[in-house]
Design a protein around this ligand. Sequence first.
Ligand code: GRF
Length: 196
Amino acid sequence: MKNIVILISGGGSNMAAIVKTAQRDDWAGQMGARIAAVISNKADAAGLEFARSHSIVTEVIDHKVYSSRAAFDEALMQRIDCFASSNSSVVVVLAGFMRILTPAFVAHYAGCLVNIHPSLLPAFAGLHTHQRALDAGCKVAGATVHLVTAELDHGPILAQAAVPIIAGDTADSLAARVLTQEHLIYPRAIAKLLQN
Ligand code: GRF
């Protein structure tokens, strides 16, 4: 059995897309994978309500309560590892989780830690990707699913989708177009990872 733990900080639309795909495609029956929990570092993350309404365990671990990044990551690791056991491993999915993770956290889940980034990596790692793509005069933008490594937004690429940039686009209109593709490629990439 593989236990998927999804980390969010906000709206959680990627998490919702993963949950819906897991249910539709019967990941539990087909791949022995279930979504064990959704954990947020923010109590008011809108995605928590969606998870609860789909009978998924939710937890809030508020990073502000911890004295350091390392202490928060340690607490997060301890909670995540509660979802692993001798006969089940854990896959950690970052879905709009707005925290930079420590090298210790990343090493602990090496190969089992995935992220989605709203740009065509290696272009535009970091924040404000859509505005930066517009400012650079790009004609296409997109999203990337990748394994997480110690260097921010730089791990091996698992999937990408490109969208056109259209005259008159704003960061918001471009983000919305990219997000629709994120919802397609993220569940697909996770399913592929689970099968391997
Ligand atoms: C997505 O664009 C994701 O790529 C980025 O943050 C956004 C999160 O959206 N990391 P949501 O919370 O999944 O709706």
